[in-house]
Design a binder for this molecule. Sequence first.
Ligand code: RIB
Length: 305
Amino acid sequence: MANKIVVLGSLNLDSILHVTRLPLPGETLEMNDKSSAPGGKGANQAVAASRAGAQTSFIGKIGADDAGKVLLDSLIDDGIDTNNVTKDSLRGSGQAFILLQENGQNSILVYSGSNQSLSRSDVDSAKGIIDNADFLISQFETPIDTTTYAFEYAQSKGVKTILNPAPAVPVIPAELLQVTDLICPNETETATLTGIKITDKTSMLMNGAHFAKMGVKNLIITVGSRGAFYANQEKSDFIDAFTVKAIDTTAAGDTFIGALASKLKKDFSNMEEAIVFANHAAAITVQRLGAQPSIPTLKEILAEY
Ligand code: RIB
């Protein structure tokens, strides 16, 4: 049976600015191209979970504008339950401006807009879908207080919680860590949180020990094109990524998390199998342009095996 996943998070309309390199301070630089695509870490993770085969619902906030309609339609087209995507009539929809360099690297500026209005009352309205979920996933592009409240409720109902602490913050409130079953930062985010830079296996183990001390039982650190490290009370290991030529890494981490959650068992006993599946999915994403347009379907992921 397919996993039931609820994602609480952001929706952004991404403007992708194609540049040869980043402009220097005071410099005016011509772009090579520009494009637009639905994005936002939360929405990307929901799309990844749904395309990978999970029954997916979304809790989020759009503005009462054209961008909001595009973002909502994109989730609906992917078969995601959007009954708990509501509108903020005061703030515009979230937007991201992505400077995509020729070498595939990106730098992102985000305008949070309506994402910041997602509140506890939105979680209260969505309790019915959380009750029936296997996993609840959230990130940091919506208010941390709302995520904490949702995770507390989810855990009280036996739903497993997955936190993607992105964008990076220096400290995660202890109340949130206490109700997080799996934390999944990338190497930059983990170093910001623990102060331990990822250089080798020892530094990964030290990060693992740090999170364990903070009370999180399961950890996955994604290490870009190299792969992912996981650690829990029973085991820790590093699983290599698949080598591909990246043209745009936007949403690679989001694809990893959504695909991972669609495959994970609720007792986290198949971490390795789920990470390999998620690595396959992310490897496809980096070879395509844009956030949601680049996320693969289950058929595409399975074709990589
Ligand atoms: O993780 C990628 C996402 O980050 C983009 O889609 C952009 O919207 C930003 O939120």
